[in-house]
Write a protein that binds this ligand. Structure first.
Ligand code: SAM
Length: 204
């Protein structure tokens, strides 16, 4: 995976390559998929959801230009694998998942593997983190029609977000930056993600 799907493409951040080389991806998926844990694609994790393709996890993480002092909001905990990668690279990760079952499984795996700098919330991530928090980075791991104000309001000035944005079956992966007034967005690549279902996202 590291040689072909990360270094072999455009992943150049050595910290990300190291972390993804160390985290046992099979721990984040059902036993029946363990033999495919390092293959180049998404895999089912239950509730009709998927653990993302490793290359896309690396690409989104790299786009965020993380620093060790960053506090990151992740929408869509899923298996917890992306959460684990972020957790090793930043000060703290706040992660929201709409399905109880997935969040609880992710929490158990991450605790067993010793990841401690993570806070979990079960609910609609399109509404943002409950309470008055401001984040350095926001990552959406499910597709959204457009970046909602509810999330932009939780991003610090100068903060970055990465999100699959679009209405159709495939989306544009974008890197956004919050400016003193408004945001700028740049295109990374076309992607295909499951939908973010919520008040400021897609309907059920
Ligand atoms: N990054 C994850 C991983 O490594 O396993 C993959 C996440 S999966 C592609 C997208 C996740 O977003 C799913 O677990 C789904 O249940 C979750 N999701 C969808 N709508 C959501 C919402 N409104 N709030 C929080 N999570 C949501």
């Amino acid at each position: 995976m590291v040689k072909l799907d990360l270094r072999g493409r455009d992943i150049t951040d050595e910290d990300i390559i190291k972390v993804m080389g160390e985290i046992p991806r099979e721990e984040f998926m059902p036993l029946s998929y363990h033999s495919q844990a390092y293959s180049d694609g998404p895999l089912p994790i239950g509730m009709g959801q998927t653990i993302s393709q490793p290359y896309i996890v690396a690409l989104m993480t790299q786009a965020l230009k993380l620093r060790p002092d960053c506090e990151v909001l992740e929408i869509g905990t899923g298996s917890g694998y992306q959460t684990a990668v972020l957790s090793r690279l930043v000060k703290k990760v706040y992660t929201i998942e709409r399905f109880n079952e997935l969040s609880e499984t992710a929490q158990a795996v991450l605790a067993r593997l010793g990841f401690a700098n993570i806070e979990f919330f079960i609910g609609d991530g399109s509404r943002g983190w409950p309470g008055k928090m401001r984040f350095d980075r926001i990552i959406l791991t499910a597709a959204i029609p457009k970046m909602p104000e509810s999330l932009l309001g939780e991003l610090k000035a100068g903060g970055l977000y990465v999100a699959p944005v679009g209405e159709g079956g495939s989306q544009r992966l974008v890197l956004g930056e919050k400016k003193p007034v408004g945001c700028t967005e740049s295109f990374i690549c076309d992607v295909r993600f499951v939908k973010l279902v919520g008040q400021f996202a897609y309907e059920e």
